[in-house]
Design a protein around this ligand. Sequence first.
Ligand SMILES: [Zn+2]
Length: 97
Amino acid sequence: MKKHQSLIALACTLALALSVPVVGRGEEKAKKDDKPAASADPMYSVSCSSPCEFTVRSHDKAELVAAIKAHAKSHHKMDMSDKDVEAMIKVKEAKKN
Ligand SMILES: [Zn+2]
């Protein structure tokens, strides 16, 4: 009997130990979602000049440049430099209420 009880206790301890990292992850995610208002950042956009109508919009300029470079390479077999892409970027300032 005693052996059986200690097994249950062990199971409870394991369940507790396992639940801790899950809670930790949840908090981390909540923090990430709590970014300072992204809508206040200017919106960058680039439209591909080819008839493919590829357009990327992002608040993150580096992400935008990377996306366009990847598109140009895979769809047009073009190697674009950061400068080439930046020359195509249109900036739309965030609207202030
Ligand atoms: Zn394109």
